[in-house]
Design a protein around this ligand. Structure first.
Ligand code: KIV
Length: 273
């Protein structure tokens, strides 16, 4: 998109995102978990940076997002916050930090906001976490919702396949989206659901709807940074567009370095004191 079709803002806020939806400008969102990559993502002009609990997978090597803790999320979020100048930074509340008890949910959200300086939190679920969302919103913390495939519930779902393909689940998802809007969430992520359902939700609610594996009819797109850069191997869902093959590029550079050390080509005279 040419720059004149982008909102020219120094700092992205939740109000800026709302204005983008209203003027039909798509919202760009990517994950980041550390200072160095967050700085590149922000310098490139990203609207929203998500400190996702996918850090559990891509940074820590776990199979699911369940093991990551609130302390880990605060560590990642603080690193990202030191890097960014423009993007709105949203941090996932990790599994176990908000589901059972709304008071504990508020304590978790406040710790993230105070200790990292992030701008908002994201929470997975609808009706079942209504009280936690309400309490966090009432403390003035912006909340982004997350419906569809919610990876913190993987043990309930059993698989990472497309959600809400059947009418009852699709209807519940629409009701949950309306509820999140009514409660005051500023935005909503829809993960891995049929494109026509996602478009219906984006047209039904007034808040921005960001999709991942939810087609083109939503208000913005999010991907996991490490996936779109091709930093990992063996993860090729249909919704993922890889913009680089960094795994191969980095591996090649590292094996060249090993060769240069072994052959004594590195360091040469100009690289020595
Ligand atoms: O944790 C994460 O990266 C996410 C995105 C997949 C939306 O929640």
């Amino acid at each position: 998109m040419s720059t004149e079709r982008r909102m020219n803002v120094n700092k992205v806020t939740t109000h800026v995102l709302q204005a983008m939806k209203e003027r039909g400008e798509k919202i760009s969102m990517l994950t980041a978990y550390d200072y160095t990559l967050a700085k590149i993502v922000d310098d490139a002009g990203m609207d929203v940076i998500l400190v996702g609990d996918s850090a559990s997978n891509v940074m820590a090597g776990h199979d699911t997002t369940l093991p990551i803790t609130l302390d880990h999320m605060i560590y990642h979020a603080s690193s990202v916050m030191r890097a960014i100048k423009r993007a709105l930074v949203v941090v996932d509340l990790p599994f176990g930090s908000y589901q059972g008890n709304s008071k504990e949910a508020l304590v978790s959200a406040i710790r993230i906001m105070k200790e990292s300086g992030a701008h908002a939190v994201k929470m997975e679920g609808g009706e079942e976490i209504k009280e936690s969302i309400q309490r966090i919103l009432s403390a003035g913390v912006p909340v982004m919702g997350h419906l569809g495939l919610t990876p913190q519930s993987i043990n309930k779902f059993g698989t990472y396949t497309v959600r809400a393909t059947e009418e009852p689940e699709a209807e519940k998802l629409i009701e949950d989206a309306k509820l999140l809007e009514e409660l005051g969430c500023f935005s909503l992520v829809l993960e891995k659901i049929p494109a026509d359902l996602a478009e219906r939700v984006a047209k039904t609610v007034k808040i921005p709807v960001i999709g991942i594996g939810a087609g083109a009819g939503v208000d913005g797109q999010v991907l996991v940074l490490h996936d779109m850069l091709g930093l990992n191997t063996g993860f090729h869902p249909r919704f993922l567009r890889r913009y680089m093959e960094l795994y191969d590029g980095i591996k090649g550079a590292i094996s060249n370095y090993i060769d240069d050390v072994k052959s004594q080509d590195f360091p040469n005279e100009s690289e020595s004191y």
